[in-house]
Design a protein around this ligand. Structure first.
Ligand code: FRU
Length: 535
């Protein structure tokens, strides 16, 4: 049964039915669009309706593909499709027609995509490698009927640079041994064994499979039942090699999203660092102490981002070796309140794209997240506040025309060792909303406080201040922030601590100042840049 055959792009009310129209670009980049309250200026959002996880992220022929969990008929979660957008620079996105629609096997849940360079699948034509997407079918009717198995894995392929997709006739391609939760396949090419590896979320663990042709899969191992955070079901895994900075070594990183069970409540993404021999993932002995034995407490986990709004993030496949970056992006929301946030025609945005790097820190091996350098193209002008000792509040210099609603802020300060002090960047508006993101030196924690912003739409949205451990031991504290109309992304200490929170002020934040409570601090500098809209 085809659950939904039509989709709506609200801005121009362009309505299409299968087969998809060739391009909706004209419909989604009009100057009049994207002016609604809370509509992000430079974060990816669907033009209209509901979005959750990023899916099928793959780079091919000059384009970064971003597919996403999409319900084209409503602004809350519903029968899932794969929406689709492409970008040549990770900054500006062109919306394309829906790539995958539900069918008789089920809804189209999360998954990944790869370039099948050697045409191992035999699905390529004309000497061109096919793009192959792997996703989960979720059979809602079977679930409702109480069946034991309703999630299966399937593939689809494209021979036209991702513009149209054909579902493989032999679907599903991975049998489900009777698991209720078995989903979100992430496929990688394993160079050493010349085969494909798929990592799947399966309840309280991940399961790994191998294939020589993307069509037939053999189980090879499983991981995780006895380590890490287990406050909820595991979802959306990713597995990739990453160079350990400052060494010749390469480690393997396993990302696992979990909902609930996040450090600040609801959903978040934990990770493990170790080795992968082509079949089995083993935790690095030095990392094992960080994740301990399995537990329900979030303290058992090490997290990609400690904010409440970075979920189901995975990395792009096939980024060229000359580039060499491991590029990541997540869904900027939380299942605790994603359906309730006060936006109009659309719901949810993605985080900005980030580069992940691996570092040895005093606390062990840790992933650092930094905004991709391409985002610098959005800067208008930069204003600098010079070095000075700060007590109380200091208004930061801001380029003319720039407001706190769309800015990049880079602040460095020194805290006297042992002093009790709190340094925050404070955003306010004339409606009396106040948001703070800062550093609590006594607790050695960064934090995000949205408790004085509108929250009536959900009791769990702003019930507490969100906290993140400081990983770095440097004497200088650096906070690099990306502020958009409805989000704040903090990259502290060169990306050692990341914290992403969404926020819905009753009108755009206008002012931006540094507020010091407790002992004074020495500000090294504060640079504020305006950021242009991508629409
Ligand atoms: C994660 C998730 C996935 C699933 C998808 C359904 O947010 O629950 O596990 O595939 O969303 O939309």
């Amino acid at each position: 049964m085809k659950i939904s055959t039509c989709f709506v792009v609200a801005v121009t009310l362009l309505v299409g039915c299968r087969p998809p129209v060739p391009s909706l670009q004209a419909a989604v980049n009009p100057s009049a669009a994207y002016q609604e309250p809370h509509r992000p200026r430079y974060h990816f959002t669907p033009p209209a309706k509901w979005m959750n996880d990023p899916n099928g992220m793959v780079y091919y022929d000059g384009e970064y593909h971003l597919f996403y969990q999409y319900y084209p008929d409503g602004t809350v979660w519903g029968p899932m499709h794969w929406g689709h957008a492409v970008s040549t620079d990770l900054v500006r996105w062109e919306q394309l027609p829906i790539a995958l629609y539900p069918d008789s096997l089920g809804l189209i849940f999360s998954g990944s995509a790869v370039v099948d360079w050697k045409n191992t699948s035999g699905l390529g034509v004309g000497g061109q490698p096919p793009l192959v997407a792997m996703y989960t079918y979720h059979d809602m009717a079977k679930e409702k009927a109480g069946a034991a198995v309703f999630q299966t894995q399937a593939i689809a392929y494209s021979n036209d640079r991702g513009r149209t997709w054909t579902k493989y006739v032999g679907n599903p391609v991975v049998p489900n041994p009777g698991l209720k939760d078995m989903r979100d396949p992430k496929v990688i090419w394993h160079e050493a064994s010349q085969r494909w590896i798929m990592v799947l979320a399966a309840g309280d663990r991940v399961r790994l499979f191998a294939s020589y042709n993307l069509r037939q899969w053999q189980p090879v191992s499983e991981f995780g039942a006895t380590v890490g955070a287990h406050g909820g079901v595991w979802e959306c895994p990713d597995l990739f090699p990453l160079k350990l900075e400052g060494s010749g070594e390469t480690k393997w990183v396993l990302l696992v999203s979990i909902n609930p069970g996040a450090p600040n409540g609801g959903s978040a993404t934990q990770y493990f660092v170790g080795d992968f021999d082509g079949s089995t993932f083993t935790i690095d002995p030095s990392f094992a102490s960080s994740v301990g034995v399995a537990g329900r407490e979030p303290s058992r986990g090490v997290w990609v981002d400690y904010g409440r709004d970075n979920y189901a993030g995975v990395t792009w496949a096939d980024v060229p070796a000359e580039d060499g970056r491991r590029l990541f992006l997540g869904w900027m929301s939380n299942w605790d309140y994603a359906r309730d946030v006060p936006t109009g025609v659309w719901r949810s945005a993605m985080t900005i794209p980030r580069a992940l790097t691996l570092h040895r820190t005093a606390g062990g091996l840790r992933l650092f997240s930094t905004p991709v350098k391409e985002l610098r193209a959005l800067r208008t002008e930069t204003a600098s506040t010079p070095s000075q000792r700060v007590t109380g509040a200091l208004a930061l210099r801001v380029p003319q025309g720039t407001t706190a609603a769309s800015a990049e802020v880079d602040v460095e300060f020194v805290v006297t060792p042992g002093s009790v002090t709190d340094v925050a960047l404070e955003l306010t508006n004339s409606a009396g909303d106040r948001y703070r993101v800062g550093y609590d030196a006594a607790a050695k924690q960064f934090y995000s406080d949205r408790t004085a912003t509108p929250q009536g739409f959900s009791p769990s949205f702003a019930s507490a201040v969100h906290r993140a451990p400081r990983i770095s031991a440097d004497s200088i504290v650096r906070m690099h922030l990306y502020l958009d109309r409805a989000s704040v992304e903090l990259f502290a200490d060169g990306g050692a601590t990341a914290l992403t929170d969404i926020v819905f002020p009753s009108q755009d934040f206008a002012t931006l100042r540094l507020v010091v409570r407790g002992a004074p601090v020495t500000l090294q500098y504060a640079n504020v840049s305006g950021l242009r809209s991508i629409w």
